[in-house]
Ligand binder design. Structure first.
Ligand SMILES: Cc1cc2nc3c(=O)[nH]c(=O)nc-3n(C[C@H](O)[C@H](O)[C@H](O)COP(=O)(O)O)c2cc1C
Length: 189
């Protein structure tokens, strides 16, 4: 059975981001994959201290010296066949909480471990305000993924105005992603 890690960030457990996450998970569940949900805002996660001279243990041995939930989440992601990244849109970007985690992950994985390289991912950005910045948020997410050698299978913008038709679409997206994990991704890179 394929394992999918669903990483999401919003302080609201019943907002737009959570609804998007739930719809995608419904599609995954119907397709019979095993799901590990990681709600970053509920976990203990500090931001990078840029220890040493800027490069610390991340660069030297692929681990972070901060003793919080980072290592545990990183292990889950490394063991997953697929990763779904979902963030609320803040300032046309991922949430601060998401960014803090992503920054540390990139340091360890891109420079030393490469455990995440070549994983095919889904990117979902959820904007509850004007909707401005949704595409920029997806771009920022993909930029981080690219540094780590991961690949975006799709990039999905959810705004409060498209909620009614995007939530059912997200369920279908979950099924399509599960199917691709099982049978192969039709991608050239
Ligand atoms: C600090 C902050 C910055 C935000 N920036 C944006 C933005 O750039 N564009 C937008 O459409 N909404 C923005 N919003 C609104 C969030 O996207 C909104 O809270 C959204 O619903 C997040 O999903 P949620 O329902 O899970 O909280 C911002 C909200 C906060 C708290």
């Amino acid at each position: 059975m394929k394992k999918v890690a669903v990483v999401w960030s919003s302080p609201n457990k019943d907002g737009l981001t959570a609804s998007a996450k739930n719809s995608f998970i419904e599609g995954l569940t119907e397709s019979g994959v095993s799901i590990e949900e990681i709600h970053l805002n509920s976990r203990k996660l500090e931001h990078c201290r840029a220890c040493g001279n800027g490069w610390g243990t991340c660069n030297k041995n692929g681990s972070c010296l901060i003793g919080d939930d980072f290592a545990d989440i990183y292990k889950t992601l490394s063991e997953a066949d697929g990763i779904v990244w979902i963030s609320a849109v803040y300032w046309s970007d991922m949430t601060e909480c998401f960014k803090a985690f992503f920054d540390r992950l990139r340091r360890c994985d891109a420079t030393h471990n490469h455990f995440l390289a070549e994983k095919r991912c889904m990117l979902i950005a959820c904007a509850g305000g004007t909707g401005r910045g949704t595409i920029e948020c997806l771009q920022q997410l993909e930029r981080g993924l690219t540094h780590m050698g991961m690949r975006a299978y799709d990039r999905i913008p959810v705004v409060r105005f498209n909620r009614d038709y995007m939530l059912p679409a997200l369920k279908e997206a979950g099924k399509t992603y599960a199917n691709a994990l099982e049978n192969g991704f039709d991608m050239y890179y």
